[in-house]
Design a protein. Structure first.
Length: 126
């Protein structure tokens, strides 16, 4: 095998890998779209099996914008869920004013002392 043959084989492998990545991306988008009916999903799959290259191009042209919007919506949803989890886990779900108000209530009820209140207040404001 010559160096040229190796590079052509490498290029062919790259395009095959790229093609399968696009196919899996399309199938993932197709099955994650809740607005598309089951018949339409089945039709797209049959179309992808019968004429794969044409179907990929048609899908990307026809549904590419919606594909991007669904991807962004999923990413934003995942990020907000992660941020909510972090806030719940860290115990900082409230804003600083609410935290200080809670600490003041504890101070007035006698559950904490003035130095403890000052310590909590400085942590919240930091």
């Amino acid at each position: 095998m010559s160096l040229g043959d190796f590079f052509w084989s490498l290029l062919a492998f790259y395009f095959i890998f790229f093609y399968f990545m696009i196919i899996f991306r399309i199938l993932g988008d197709l099955f994650s779209d809740h607005e598309t009916s089951g018949v339409a999903k089945a039709a797209w799959i049959v179309f992808l099996l019968l004429v794969p290259f044409v179907a990929v191009i048609v899908y990307l042209i026809a549904r590419g914008k919606g594909m991007a919007e669904r991807s962004v919506a999923r990413a934003q949803s995942a990020e907000s869920a992660q941020q909510d989890y972090i806030r719940r886990t860290a115990g900082t779900a409230d804003d600083p004013a609410t935290e200080i108000a809670k600490a003041h209530e504890l101070l007035t009820s006698g559950a904490i002392t003035q130095p403890e209140f000052d310590s909590l207040k400085s942590k919240v404001l930091a």
